[in-house]
Design a protein around this ligand. Sequence first.
Ligand code: HEM
Length: 521
Amino acid sequence: MSITIALVATSGLAFLVYYICWCLFFSPLSRIPSPGILFALTKWRLAYEDYKGSRTRKIYAFHEEYGPAIRVGPNEVSFNSLSALRTIYGAGSGFERTNFYHMFSIYGRRNMFSFNSVSQHGERKKIIANSYAKSTILRGNNARIIEEKVQKYLELLEREGRQNNIFLTLHYFSLDNITEFLYGHFGKTGCLDGVEKDRDLLRDVIAPGGRRLSWFAVHHPKLTAWLYSRTGFMGCIARQFYPMQKPTPYTGIRNHAMAAFQAFSKASPAKRVEHSGSSVISKLWKHHISDKEDGLDDLDIASECADELDGGTDTTSDTLMFAIWELSRPEHKRFQQKLIDEVQSLSEDDANFNANGIPRAEVTDKLVYVDAVIKETLRLFAPIPASEPRSLSKPITIDGYLIPANTVVSMSPYNLHRNARVFKDPHTFNPDRWVDPSQDLAEMKKLFWAFSSGGRMCIGMHLAMAEMTTLLAAIYRKYTTEPRDNFGLVSPGITSRFEVFYDEKCSSMREHECQIEFKPQ
Ligand code: HEM
């Protein structure tokens, strides 16, 4: 017995020594600078930063200290260079999303966001890409939807008060836009009209605890899924160990998405065309398994729409919130004035405004300073600022380092957007940099990565841009904005995965809140 124990202990020790030596000296990744031995030895060191919500800022600090390539796990490398960006995220690079993205699968089904493989993703993208093309967004029914929501936002300000928490009201705006865009009349929400049950959908999105759940979903996916799927007596026990009590974030939105899908699928073909002719769900439905042998089944379609609903809500509203907040701060009044001057310079004719006096989406798309404000906001406050992990099934050399097959490599907008060589005074909000001929605009654009790049670039970019340019133009034609309730000094904060992001130059932060006053001009 004691010989057996001794043998097991010796083999265990030998394996441990081998593993440590491999990680530290023999793995091809051992040549890459690592911020500490623990990062090279175990993935749990970085997971600990995730748990503390400090991953992205920590990796940024490491790149500042150790250079453009750092080993952040035994099998994981973070890059921060233009050459790496092209190799990993360039069109046709062959890199795939890692299993990290499985947490974005919905109703147990993969979707555009969570597919690993290039081919599966490509098949799905073919079906819906046209719905999100710039030309589709800026004209016809889609432009009408956006302009109508902008009008309703202005009406809400007058009806419910010009002093409000724009974190919430901008979520109403983005949710109403994306639900109608995806489902037409079958799932469109009426948050801006004051429909309480629709506003309630956002309640669990802003509930504290979501970050903890994300951490468990990424680092203990099986355990997390198992805990939440227990029922009855086991459910009572499992509840004691939930990372977050129900309803978990996006429960309301996912239930709404499923109800919208069901309403659409039960409707007659004529009603579907009448009530949601140009929507994304009707595009997907043309590929339903009842029409095509290898088509999509109900859950595939429901999952795809629900994921795009998630993707199109926080991102757009968080960006708009930071843009309005930055423009409202006393020290940024000059930027607000430049924006007002630009939108006021639009002549009041039908080419520029719709019948209700709202600037047309295709006109605001061309406003140079509005674009500069949005770019600068996305540079400092990208709503998805953290690492975007990828892997390749064969070895490759990146920035001179041999990267073995299946190594996780990643880059982040947060790091790229704070490159002091390209962005002068990188931590300062300065939209003028995007219109200043003395700046190297070409280099800035190369590093601007808020929407990612290549085959997995954000499909909703043109929709988001149209929503943001039209709303900003309409607001600043009518109002000036100022911070209230100390928001001149306090930064609003947003949640992204397991982290909170805010303006680190502010001495304090309030998550999911931004109090602004709109004053008629
Ligand atoms: C300011 C607004 C937005 C920003 C900054 C943004 C940013 C991003 C980023 C960085 C990615 C890649 C993430 C990764 O690989 O980890 C992405 C992907 C995606 N986004 Fe957006 N997004 C925005 C708005 C939207 C909207 C309005 C939609 C509506 C449908 C949307 C839907 C998606 C989808 C479906 C993907 C996956 C694309 C694919 O894998 O091919 N996004 N977005």
